[in-house]
Design a protein around this ligand. Structure first.
Ligand SMILES: Cc1ncc(COP(=O)(O)O)c(C=O)c1O
Length: 438
């Protein structure tokens, strides 16, 4: 601790003030508060690797389109549950351009962010097939989604994919699906927090088993096209963003605008449902909602509308314009976000030069890419110990065990890293290593 940035006493006093009972088990909200308080109290900047907020400027095409839409007076009108036709049409085109998947505009449902989208998706998937009442997480994952299930009282199972990459995924997945109670399988790809990207073989396994066991895959594409190892930026040309949609008809894709267009504050995403699932009739939904029991219609009108009462018109037009500009080759949203990859590459190098290692380091055989997140461990330290110790050196993060991971380490987020912070990060990591000799 000799070379730490903040004294143990100072950190402990703020921990007491914030009523954090166990720093090693602190939630992301508590870490954010603690880091902000330490910064304010001392004037010393933190390396903020905790919260995944976009660290780039919002897309200007979206902003201009929103302003223009507002000038037409649409603010006075309630948005329809199914969304505005312009956005539905452009989403369908965007999905074709960058995923090479056909989904009709009708089955593209705008919503107020992917968080709202997953909430509604959990509801519809847990109600459509009696007996299928449990969500399966391919972890590590986004903790908010488990919190949503706690609110809903829906059960979930989980497993850490670390030891089940490639062909090994089949038996592991099947061991859960065989029980017959799995309503949905959820994962993010690229993955928050580990930045692993599922390979085609793995997506094929998930898709085939989803069909075989009649389970719905909730594919969270919050970091769409950010596997920078391949050039996913050219519309209507391969390679395309990897997706389970190539291997099953039982899917709902969540496309968030938050990260790909740095649009998090506007709360906008689209849930894209396979046409087959969208039009499938479920007697249990018909009975519960007194309707025809059609999956897509129930999701849109009976569930999502009750949660969000529609996404605001202006932001729907904003996203429609951004999708259109991306499909027409007028903006390169992939190049815009590549900055995260550059930051990750430098940050990982500094960590590794100072005794740390990348925890989730491989996609089956090949090294993972550089992007929004990465995971870091330090020999002999548990997740909680490492997160806590790094705080003393002015570096905030979240523990991997809060994400369903069984590995020891922390999640590092690259989004708030700026050029002037790299030297500071290096000094702090050197100090950490000196105080924690290997
Ligand atoms: C995996 C994942 N899904 C969803 C979200 C949030 O999406 P939105 O801002 O559209 O609600 C995030 C943001 O951190 C995320 O990491």
């Amino acid at each position: 601790m000799q070379n730490s940035v903040f004294s143990r006493q100072l950190v402990e006093s703020i921990v007491d003030e914030l009523k954090i009972t166990d720093l090693a088990q602190a939630t992301i909200g508590q870490v954010v508060l603690l880091a902000s308080a330490l910064e304010q109290r001392t004037g010393i900047p933190f390396i903020r690797m905790d919260q995944g907020v976009p660290g780039l400027s919002p897309n200007q095409v979206g902003i201009a389109a929103e302003k223009a839409a507002l000038d037409t007076g649409i603010a006075a009108i309630y948005p329809a549950a199914e969304g505005v036709p312009e956005l539905k049409r452009e989403t369908s085109r965007f999905v074709k351009a960058f995923l090479n998947v056909d989904i009709t505009p009708e089955a593209c449902i705008p919503t107020t962010g992917s968080v709202a989208g997953s909430f509604g998706s959990f509801i519809v998937t847990s109600q459509c097939s009696p007996g299928k009442d449990t969500v399966l997480f391919i972890d590590p994952g986004f903790p908010i989604q488990k919190s949503q299930l706690k609110i809903l009282g829906v059960k979930y199972r989980q497993f850490d994919i670390f030891n089940y990459r490639g062909a090994a995924l089949r038996d592991k997945l099947e061991s859960f699906l065989k029980e017959g109670n799995i309503s949905a399988i959820i994962y993010s790809n690229p993955n928050n927090p580990a930045w692993i990207c599922l390979e085609e073989e793995e997506l094929q396994i998930i898709g085939e088993l989803a069909t075989q066991y009649d389970t719905i895959v909730l594919e969270d594409l919050a970091y769409f096209a950010m596997d920078f190892r391949r050039d996913l930026s050219r519309p209507f040309e391969p390679p395309f963003q990897a997706t389970v949609a190539r291997y099953t008809d039982n899917y709902m894709l969540m496309l968030s605008a938050s990260k790909i267009f740095s649009y998090a504050g506007q709360r906008m995403a689209v849930v894209c449902i396979s046409d087959k699932l969208f039009n499938r009739r479920y007697p249990a939904l018909a009975e519960r909602y007194n309707g025809a029991g059609l999956f897509g219609n129930t999701f849109t009108n009976a569930i999502m509308y009750m949660i969000t009462s529609g996404a605001s018109h202006s932001v729907q037009f904003g996203l429609a314009a951004m999708y259109k500009a991306a499909c027409d080759g007028q903006i390169d949203f992939v190049a815009d976000t590549m900055e995260y990859g550059r930051r990750a590459e430098k940050m990982k190098r500094l960590f590794c030069e100072n005794g740390f290692h990348v925890v989730y380091d491989k996609d089956v055989e090949q090294p993972i890419g550089d992007g929004f997140f990465f995971t870091i461990g330090y020999p002999g330290m548990t997740s909680g110990e490492l997160m806590r110790e790094l705080l003393y050196y002015g570096i905030s993060s979240i523990t991997l065990n809060t994400t369903g991971s069984l590995q020891e380490g922390i999640r590092a987020c690259t989004s708030r890293m700026t050029d002037e912070l790299f030297d500071i990060l290096e000094q702090r990591l050197k100090a950490f290593k000196t105080d924690h000799p290997l």
